[in-house]
Design a protein around this ligand. Structure first.
Ligand code: SF4
Length: 407
């Protein structure tokens, strides 16, 4: 099934952030932000590389003082991805970041309030062809709007904040803009983005701000971002987690892949939930496999299954999988048994085969082994387990009988 066809993206205009197009027909991009001091050039670059490796298309760095701006001047030419400078209260830092050669600025309308300053930055961006993200934040709304809307943060106030900023930009003929209206409340950010998308065709940057540490932060971010993406809203996304930013980039990338909005780049590891038939600690093997694959760019679906009785069949659509049985790992490729290895070699075998398939293809991988022998071995272990466990290892029939007796 072509899953991308089921999500119709809302049309937006395209803007260019360095080498990455945001909006229009461009793939939805993943963003993250460094946590280093931007003045620490080597430390920041190392983190940018890690973020790019984990799936970030664009990275933001704070530009909070002149030392940070000087750092950006050294970072931008060495960065593998476009750099956005995060500007807080000082509009002069925006001008300094432009001097440093950044590919985009992020301005918070609640922080830089003087119209002259806003227009000066927009004019300078216009001259250099650098876009701006209007980054409205529910937690730092412009005081006038906060008052106007009764001292609470509302979706209407956030949208109006973005529109006011756009109006200032308009006065100097600048419209190279993407917009975010983030809030830490998921329902509020969803409503704000819905309202915003109804009144503008500027590309939208989605996020739940201050989502907190995983797993709650991941859940909140996914709830907000995925809901909007499913409605066709959103052109670029960022998970804001209290965690290593590599986790943000990885989560963003995985969300887009899971929703069929980006092509798979890394391993998609699936695992059975384990049950009465499991011959191994599925969670442990799956976690070790995840760790072993790391950020390797192998776009395959790999399955870890608890038993050879049902595993190869249940995961027959996976590119590659392994199922446990009788202290052995039964490896299968697209549902066909291909090899048997000792249980403690399951993870390294998966990695080795995944690399081989990635390089040579499924057919070549199958051709290098005697599948008849592997299938016979699997059948032998399967029969043995069935004989040991019976055909009701999960006591399903007993439960059904109990239920029946209630009738
Ligand atoms: S039957 Fe086997 S593969 Fe399916 S959940 Fe149970 S242990 Fe996992």
């Amino acid at each position: 099934m072509d899953v991308t066809a089921s999500i119709e993206r809302r049309p937006t205009r395209a803007i260019t952030v360095g080498s990455v197009t945001v909006g229009g027909e461009a793939p939805i991009s993943v963003q993250s932000m460094t946590t280093t001091k931007t003045a620490d050039v080597d430390g920041t670059l190392a983190q940018i590389y890690a973020l790019a490796g984990a799936g970030a298309d664009i990275v933001r760095c704070t530009c909070n003082d002149l030392a940070a701006a000087a750092g950006l001047a050294k970072i931008v030419p060495r960065s593998p991805v476009p750099i956005v400078a995060d500007i807080h209260h000082q509009y002069k830092m925006a001008l300094a970041a432009l001097d440093a050669g950044v590919h985009c600025l992020r301005l918070n309308p609640g922080n830089i309030k003087k119209p002259d300053h806003i227009k000066a930055v927009a004019e300078a961006c216009g001259e250099k062809g650098v876009p701006i993200r209007i980054g409205v934040n529910g937690g730092s709304l412009h005081p006038d709007l906060y008052e106007k809307y009764g001292g609470t943060v509302t979706a209407e106030a956030m949208v109006e904040s973005a529109q006011n900023e756009l109006a200032y930009f308009d006065e100097v003929g600048f419209d190279d803009v993407k917009i975010s209206v983030k809030a830490s409340s998921v329902p509020l950010m969803i409503e704000a983005y819905r309202q915003l998308s109804a009144v503008t065709d500027h590309p939208l940057h989605l996020g739940v701000t201050e989502a907190g540490p995983p797993p709650a932060g991941l859940i909140k971010s996914t709830a907000g971002i995925a809901t909007l993406l499913a409605e066709g809203i959103g052109d670029t996304i960022r998970y804001s987690l209290t965690a290593d930013p590599v986790e943000e980039a990885r989560a963003g990338r995985q969300l887009l892949e899971a929703m069929g909005l980006r092509e798979r780049k890394n391993i998609d590891l699936i695992a059975c939930p384990s049950c009465g038939r499991a011959e191994i600690d599925v969670m442990d093997v799956a976690n070790r496999a995840m760790e072993a694959f790391g950020d390797r760019e192998i776009p395959l679906q790999v399955a870890v299954m608890g038993c050879v009785v049902n595993g190869p069949g249940e995961a027959r659509d996976a590119d590659l999988g392994i199922a446990a049985g009788n202290k052995r790992g039964h490896l299968f490729v697209r549902g066909r048994n291909v090899a048997v290895v000792p249980e403690d070699e399951m993870v390294e075998t998966l990695v080795e085969w995944a690399e081989y398939i990635h390089e040579h293809g499924v057919e070549a991988a199958i051709a290098r082994v005697d599948t008849t022998k592997a299938a016979a071995e699997a059948e032998r272990d399967r029969a043995r387990l069935l004989a040991e466990q019976g055909d009701d290892a999960n006591h399903t029939n007993e439960r059904i009988e109990l239920i029946r007796r209630r009738g």
